[in-house]
Design a protein around this ligand. Structure first.
Ligand code: NAP
Length: 338
């Protein structure tokens, strides 16, 4: 039985859901995968909890239903970066907020973890968007896995399909509806609701963040298409290479005009092969309702790969919430230790 140490950075919606799921799926992981994950540390902005190699978890059940600040072992000022070398290397589960400009705080955590020989399962996108090539090289050099399914549309399998199911093909193009929040707003606007009202509704339902700009201005989609394309299509995009349009200025009249032509307006991330190069962009497009992506409603996401030998392959669906994201982190960890 593998008993890898787990350190968790970020204990918000996703971090907490991950701890809950680890608890819930413990027996299944033991029985089906011979895997018994040992949570050794949980870290927030100003401190954390840390158990040594020999002590067991801090009562994972108790932790999953509480805030670790209230835990008797909470230590203000405790920093994850100082602790990687104190444990046998396992997996860092990175769930801190995404900053696509600096990559921090995840970037420092991931670099430190890789230097110490830890595998990575990341939900945050920032570090990978800012320093993709370098982090991949660091992981390769250290002989560890750098997994980030949870940062690339989470429960919708994008990387697994591109890297495993389409291995040996040439990727000729990619198009993806990758931001559930934007698709939800556009779906609601199809019912005649204004952008502002649809956004307010999404925020009230916990679908949109209090600051929804990454999602509605297209940068969340741009970050995901960058990571997917660089991973499966051999590109080397940086965020500055991806022209990006959002959905802020759309009106219900725009949506209805598309509908009258049998199309739906969608926020799409594209990768397009041109003579000798690949180009990526994010823009609003009128998609035929007969296209598999044209039918996606609400928070649904989907991706179509165009290949030379396997034709057009579309995957769609997957939950867009912290539990679905936590399950994606667990999936990556299971696959690391298989
Ligand atoms: N929500 C989703 O469904 C979803 C889906 C896919 C990907 N993601 C990504 O997953 C990540 C986490 O999302 P979330 O919804 O869980 O965010 P969240 O609720 O805001 O939680 C973020 C957590 O990170 C902690 N944190 C902030 N700065 C830190 C630092 N310097 N060191 C250690 N911990 C720090 C926060 O601690 P404090 O409470 O002390 O500030 C908080 O516990 C984000 O990068 C997001 O883009 C989320």
């Amino acid at each position: 039985m593998d008993t890898p140490n787990v350190l968790l950075t970020g204990f918000g919606n996703v971090g907490r859901a991950f701890v809950r799921l680890m608890h819930e799926k413990r027996e299944l992981c033991r029985k089906t995968y011979d895997l018994d994950l040992r949570l050794r540390g949980v870290f927030k902005t100003n401190g954390g909890l840390f158990a040594g190699e020999d002590s067991d978890l801090f009562g994972i059940e108790e932790l999953s239903s509480s805030d670790c600040l209230a835990h008797s072992a909470w230590k203000t000022g405790l920093r994850c970066k100082d602790l990687f070398s104190q444990l046998k290397p396992g997996v860092l589960v990175e769930c801190t907020p995404t900053n696509i400009h600096t990559g921090e705080p995840g970037l420092s955590y991931i670099r430190k973890a890789l230097e110490a020989g830890w595998h990575i399962a990341a939900a945050s996108k920032g570090a990978l968007v800012v320093d993709f090539k370098n982090l991949k090289e660091m992981a390769k050099k250290a002989g560890v896995c750098l997994k980030y399914s949870a940062a690339t549309a989470a429960a919708l399998p994008t990387l697994d399909v591109g890297l495993y199911s389409l291995a040996g093909t040439e990727i000729l193009g990619i198009e993806g509806i990758l931001t559930g929040t934007a698709n939800y707003i556009l779906s609601r606007m199809e019912h005649g609701i204004s952008f502002q009202d649809a956004l307010k509704e999404a925020q009230a339902r916990g679908i949109a963040e209090p600051d929804p700009s990454l999602d509605i201005d297209g940068w969340d989609t741009a970050s995901k298409i960058l990571l997917i394309s660089n991973s499966v299509a051999g590109t080397d995009f940086e965020l500055k290479d991806i022209p990006c349009e959002g959905i802020r200025n759309l009106t219900p009249a725009d949506i209805l005009a598309a509908r009258e032509e049998g199309k739906s307006l969608k926020l799409v991330g594209w990768v397009i092969r041109e003579v000798g190069s690949m180009r990526a962009e994010v823009r609003v497009a009128a998609i035929d309702q007969a296209h598999p992506l044209g039918r996606l409603a609400g928070t649904q996401k989907g991706i179509t790969f165009y290949t030379d030998t396997m034709g057009q392959v579309t995957v769609a669906g997957g939950k867009s919430d912290p539990r679905g994201t936590a399950a994606t982190l667990l999936k990556d960890i299971i696959n690391i230790f298989r």
